[in-house]
Design a protein around this ligand. Structure first.
Ligand code: COA
Length: 191
């Protein structure tokens, strides 16, 4: 179920214990990627405050991990109350790992998570000149509908099914096993 991605990286869900790794990942983004991720130029202390609060309950984060280091993240963050059934998705991939299919894999997992949580609309905040993000979203056009309207893309997630829930459970199980191996290999590695 879980495929190996660029440079042997894997995708797994992130938890509160990953907050430090998330902060470091966001701070490593180059200027252009940071601007695209946050929709404008923001200072380090704002990035730090954002990362520290981002793994709160309700948000679903998937990470792309290479050799134990977080190199990409997709966030799915509920918008409005529980009845709104809307969420915002945001992506950040460090430059050396961009254009290797990581964003596509993260979006696929994010949409599966959205579907299984009954989310009907996923807004993708995206600057108008961010063609790569728009191309990425369009790859899912066959099963989902988009209306970028300049800056925001909306994805209509279909209903959850027993199979879609099973797919998420299987993906998480495999990712968890991979994460444990990853942690063990870091413990065994000489400093
Ligand atoms: C935007 C982003 C998430 C895309 O992820 P990615 O891993 O680089 O994208 P992928 O390799 O999966 O490519 C997705 C599609 O984008 C297009 N694409 C890839 N590289 C491209 C490039 N250099 N220029 C234009 N389009 C490109 C292709 O259509 C590609 O699909 P294909 O490989 O099937 O042809 C990633 O580049 C990123 O994090 N950028 C910085 C932050 C950002 O822009 N976030 C989005 C706003 S929240």
């Amino acid at each position: 179920m879980e495929e190996l991605l660029a440079d042997g990286g894997v995708i797994r869900k992130l938890w509160i214990a990953d907050a430090d790794q998330y902060r470091e990942h966001l701070l490593r983004l180059d200027g252009e990627s940071r601007r695209n991720r946050f929709g404008g130029t923001i200072a380090d202390d704002v990035v730090i405050a954002y990362a520290d609060g981002s793994l709160r309950a309700g948000a679903v984060l998937h990470g792309f991990v290479v050799d134990g280091i977080l190199r990409g993240v997709a966030e799915l963050r509920p918008l409005g109350g529980p009845l709104s059934r809307q969420a915002e998705a945001a992506f950040s991939i460090e430059k050396p790992w961009q254009s290797h299919g990581v964003g596509s894999a993260l979006l696929e997992r994010t949409l599966l998570a959205a579907r299984n949580r009954g989310i009907k609309l996923v807004h993708m905040a995206c600057l108008a000149d961010n063609t790569r993000m728009q191309e990425l979203a369009r790859k899912f056009e066959a099963e989902l509908s988009f209306d970028f309207g300049g800056v925001v893309g909306e994805v209509e997630a279909p209903h959850p099914t027993p199979l879609s829930i099973f797919r998420e459970l299987v993906a998480d199980g495999h990712s968890f096993a991979t994460a444990v191996l990853d942690a063990q290999s870091r413990l065994l590695r000489p400093e």
